[in-house]
Write a protein that binds this ligand. Structure first.
Ligand SMILES: [Fe+2]
Length: 231
C-alpha cells in the first residue's frame, strides 16, 4: 500500500490536442501513463493533481476519465486550470456520479491511514492577469483549502498531506498564503504540478523547506511515472 501522485496528464482521447507536439518530454506520454499507472496495485492510492483532460465538458472527457478509472487502486482527482468539466461548486455531483470509481477532492478531504489528504487548485501569479485579479482568485482558493482543512480537523485528523495544482509560490516568492497555511497545520508533504518544460520545473519549491517536503509531480517532470509520497 502506498500513496502516489502525478499531475497534468492532459489527455485528449476525444479532443484533437495531443501533447506529443511539445517536445521530447511528451514523447509517447499516453503509453507511459498507461504503463506506469497500470503497475499500481489495488490497495494503492493515486492522487492526480489536475489538468486531466482537454475535453471542455464531461461528455468530451468521458474516454479520458474512463482511462484514469482503468488504473488499479483508488484514484483521487484535484482540479486543474484546464479542467472545464469540473464546476467547483458541483463537486458532490461528480463524487455521486463516479461513486466508488473516482474521487474528487474539493472542499472535502480523503483519508490515507492517519493522514488527511487535503487540497485545492491553488493559484500563482504568472503575469497573465492584473495583480488585483490574481489576488481575488488566489484568496478564493485559500478559502477552499481552508474548507478542506476544516473538514479534516472536524473529523479528528491532525496529520496532513496537501495537494495543489498550481505551485505553492509564485516565481520570486519565498512564502505565500498556501505555504503559510501548510506550515501552520504542520503539513508533512505539499504536492503540486502545473509547471511544464525544463524552464518551468524550478518555479517553486522542491525538497525540504521549513520542515515540509515539497514535490513537483508534473507528468513531464517525472517521465509520467507517479511519485511515491508515502509508503
Ligand atoms: Fe495547469
Amino acid at each position: 500500500m502506498a500513496l502516489y501522485a502525478l499531475g497534468d496528464l492532459h489527455l485528449s482521447f476525444q479532443a484533437d490536442k495531443s501533447m506529443e507536439a511539445f517536445g521530447d518530454l511528451w514523447h509517447h506520454y499516453v503509453q507511459k501513463i498507461d504503463k506506469y499507472c497500470g503497475r499500481l496495485t489495488a490497495d494503492d492510492t493515486l492522487v492526480l493533481t489536475g489538468d486531466h483532460s482537454w475535453g471542455r465538458n464531461l461528455a468530451q472527457c468521458a474516454t479520458d476519465l474512463k482511462f484514469i478509472e482503468s488504473f488499479p487502486g483508488r484514484k483521487i482527482l484535484l482540479r486543474g486550470n484546464h479542467d472545464m468539466f469540473w464546476d467547483a461548486k458541483k463537486t458532490q455531483q461528480l463524487n455521486d456520479l463516479f461513486k466508488d470509481r473516482l474521487y474528487f477532492l474539493q472542499n472535502n478531504f480523503f483519508s490515507y491511514g492517519p493522514y488527511a489528504l487535503v487540497g485545492t487548485k491553488g493559484y500563482c501569479y504568472e503575469g497573465l492577469d492584473t495583480y488585483e485579479h490574481f489576488e481575488k482568485i488566489r484568496d478564493r482558493e485559500v478559502q477552499r483549502l481552508q474548507a478542506s482543512f476544516d473538514a479534516a480537523v472536524a473529523s479528528g485528523y491532525d496529520r496532513f498531506i496537501m495537494f495543489l495544482h498550481y505551485p505553492p509560490t509564485s516565481i520570486g516568492e519565498f512564502s505565500s498564503p498556501f505555504t503559510e497555511m501548510a506550515e501552520s497545520y504542520g503539513v508533512e508533504h505539499v504536492v503540486y504540478s502545473h509547471c511544464h518544460g525544463r524552464e518551468r520545473f524550478g518555479d517553486s519549491y522542491i525538497g525540504e523547506v521549513n520542515g515540509i517536503e515539497y514535490h513537483l509531480v508534473s507528468g513531464d517532470y517525472l517521465g509520467f511515472k507517479p511519485e511515491r509520497i508515502l509508503k
